[in-house]
Design a protein around this ligand. Sequence first.
Ligand SMILES: *Cc1c(COP(=O)(O)O)cnc(C)c1O
Length: 393
Amino acid sequence: MEMPIANRLDKLPPYLFADLRRKIADRKARGIKIISLGIGDPDIPTPAPIIDELARAVADPGDPNRHRYGCDCPVADLPAAIMNFYRRRHGVELAENQIAVTSGSKDAIVQFCLGLLNPGDLGIAPQPGYPTYNIGHVFCSAQTHYLPLRRANGWLPDFKEIPPDTARQAKLLWLNYPNNPTTAVAPLDFFREAVEFGRKHNILVCHDSAYSENTYDGYKSPSILEVPGACDTAVEFYSLSKGFSMTGWRVGCVVGNASAVKALRLVKDNADNGTLRAIQFAAAAALGKFETLTPPINAVYRRRRDLVVKALGEAGWPVETPKATIYIWAPVPEKYRGSSASFAEDLLEKAGVVITPGLGYGVAGEGHYRISLTYPDQVIGEAMERIRRIAEQ
Ligand SMILES: *Cc1c(COP(=O)(O)O)cnc(C)c1O
C-alpha cells in the first residue's frame, strides 16, 4: 500500500545527479568500465592512532559506561580537546557553553535549523554550495535566499548584493571556506566583513569549516571565530570527517555563539542519543594530534591535485591549483558552451569517466565541473589518460 508522505518531502530539491546515476548504471550494465571521480568521500584510511584509541576505549573494562548512551555519559576529554584544538590551531578561547558535540556536520546543520528557524523564516545560503543548508531550511518550512559566488570575486559572496529586505528578514547566513565545490579559501578579512554584516543585521553567521584541515603548500585556513567578538553573532561547524579521514565515524562540533549552541543542544537532547563514547575518545585523540595526523593525509591529496592540474593543463583545459579542499573545480571546456551537463555526459559516454557537473550545486555552478581527489592515484591517473584522449578529439 502506498502511504501518504509529508508535504515537506515534496519541497526537497530534485536530486540532480539522479539522471547521471541512471546513466552510470546503464553503462555498467553494458560492461563498460566506469571511473568515478564524483564523490567526496576520503579513500585514505583513518590514521592508526585514532583507530587504536577507538579499539582501546570500546574494550576498556575499566569503563563501565563504554556501551552506554554517549549523551548521558559524555567523554569530558572531547570538549576539552576541542577547546585545546581551537586554542592551538586558531588562538581562540572557547567556554564549555560554546561547544556542542555533534554527529558530524550534515546532521548538525539540519538539527541546528530546527533549533533556530520558525516556519516562514529566511536563511541565506551560498550558490554554488553544499545542498544541506537549504535542506535544513526546507525541513523547517523556512525559505532560502541564494547568494551567488563568482569566479571574478574569488568565489566569495558580495554582501552588498543582498537586498535590504532580505538582510532585514534573514536569521541565518551560511558560509563555507575552504569551499565545496569551488575550492576557494577566505582570508580573515572576509570573515571580519561577515561578522560585521551579521552584527549589523542581527543575523547568525554559520560557518561550515568542513575542509579547514585539508590545506596545501603551507596555507592555513582561518576560523571565523578568530575575528574578535565573532561569538556574538557567529558559530562554526567543525567536523573530523574530511581532515582526519573519518566520514563514517560521525563526529564533529558546533562552536561559538552560546545561545545558538544551547538551542542545538536542546534539539539534540530530544532527537538523538549522542555519539558512542569510544568514538568521542578517539575524536579527542585525533584533535590532540592534529599537527602530526593531518599532514600525511594532505600529502596524498596534494600529489593527486598536482597530477590532475598537470594532466588537465596538458589536455588544453587548464585549471587553477587549489590551496585547499579535496577537489578540483574547473571551467567546462569551451566546446561545450558552458554546459556542465553535456560535458559530464560526453566524458561518461566517450571516456567512461564520471565528474560532477557544476549545475548540481545550483545555477551559479553552471559552467564548471568538480573532480574529487578521493580516489587512488592509479584511478585518477587512468581517468586523466582517458580525458586527455577526449580532449584531443
Ligand atoms: C562533507 C561536507 C560536510 C559534511 O561532513 P560531515 O561532518 O561528515 O557530515 C559538511 N559541509 C561540507 C561543505 C562538506 O563538503
